[in-house]
Design a protein around this ligand. Structure first.
Ligand code: ATP
Ligand code: MG
Length: 338
């Protein structure tokens, strides 16, 4: 079975709808067709200011949400990034192959550091994409097995490209080692935008609470947020991201959640007002997230069991990562400890 790998940062108490549609939901069927590795990117979560106790809590509650959403430790490897030390080690080696100018072109860094300015951002935030490349390349399949997919949202496309570049550069300088991974991006849900600022992506760390639909939102607040989503001038329910970004985002979300193609939704809502669209969207969102929310809360009642599941995942991931690193160290000219 071909390998697949993906990660998510524990940067909030709950995942949001963009994470769910753009990532987590796609991970579930891949458990049966692929050898799947999924991880909580807690090292990445340290690239912005954080509180240690909060990070620890978020790592567990994020793991619980992934299990509640349908990841099954018997069918995939679910682990915490910091449990597998090779991630940080390979990051260093790859950072020595990354050009400063090349890293400076990453748009996520520009977006995330825009508020305080690039010079106030951490070096960790700057090298974030290199750590991401390390995450991916540790689980590179044996050379010869070509297919290696990384399901991510559209926002990660540039980082995937850098990963491919670094894999190629390492291979060129030190000998064929890594398979260049392919981004696996589901077009129709590639980017969910903020409910209050429909021109910007929905984001755990930068969206306002009113702009985000969270998997763990209580039904009341969830319904309220959807009803208050920014819509556009005019009254027609039509998909047109240029002139109607708000309504188009709501249509994208509804279509992704209930499986109805957007043109059919436009026909269904012909003559109806924005309120009707929001009402139906709220119902579907509640149906989808209600059971995940309940199961997450159950799992959080037994943190020791959660930690056991994550330890098993780390053991399996470390086997693969250690094998990759043994080759990498040798090729890169690092003396073996005698
Ligand atoms: P942060 O703001 O802390 O970066 P995030 O919301 O961007 O959080 P990540 O943990 O960085 O979430 O990303 C996890 C996965 O969710 C990635 O695969 C990413 O592509 C996907 N994703 C994030 N935001 C969206 C979105 N708005 N629409 C679709 N997919 C998304
Ligand atoms: Mg992100």
């Amino acid at each position: 079975r071909p390998r697949v790998l993906s990660g998510i940062q524990p940067t909030a108490d709950s995942f949001h709808l963009g994470n769910y549609l753009g990532a987590v939901r796609q991970w579930i069927p891949l458990q049966d067709t692929h050898e799947a590795f999924y991880f909580l990117a807690n090292l990445h979560a340290m690239t912005v200011e954080y509180d240690p106790a909060v990070l620890l809590h978020r790592t567990r509650v994020s793991a619980a949400q992934l299990l509640a959403a349908g990841l099954d430790p018997a069918r995939c490897t679910l682990f915490v990034q910091s449990h597998v030390y090779e991630h940080a080690e390979l990051q260093w080696i790859l950072s020595c192959l990354t050009g400063y100018g090349e890293a400076s072109r990453m748009t996520q860094f520009k977006d995330k550091s825009a508020k305080e300015g690039a010079s106030a951002a951490s070096v960790g935030l700057f090298t974030y994409p290199v750590l991401q490349a390390a995450d991916i390349l540790l689980y590179t399949p044996r050379v010869g097995e070509k297919d290696f997919q990384v399901p991510v949202g559209e926002d990660q496309r540039q980082h995937l490209e850098l990963t491919r570049t670094l894999a190629g550069r390492f291979n060129h300088r030190f000998g064929a080692t890594f398979v260049e991974p392919n981004a696996h991006i589901l077009k129709s849900v590639a980017k969910i935008t903020d409910l209050q600022e429909p021109e910007r992506k929905m984001s755990k760390s930068s969206s306002s609470p009113q702009g985000i639909i969270n998997v763990l939102d209580e039904p009341g607040p969830l319904r309220k947020k959807i009803m208050r989503a920014v819509t556009d001038t005019g009254t027609e329910i039509k998909y047109d991201p240029e002139t109607k970004p708000g309504v188009s985002n709501l249509l994208t979300i509804l279509s992704a959640l209930n499986g109805t193609p957007i043109p059919d939704l436009e026909a269904h809502f012909a003559g109806a007002g924005y309120g009707q669209l929001k009402k139906e969207l709220a119902e579907v969102a509640l149906e989808t997230f209600g059971p995940i929310r309940e199961r997450t809360l159950e799992l959080m009642d037994d943190p020791a069991e959660l930690d056991r599941i994550l330890a098993k995942g780390a053991d399996r991931a470390a086997e693969v990562a250690a094998a990759t690193m043994a080759t990498v160290r040798e090729r890169a000219g690092l003396l073996r400890r005698g």
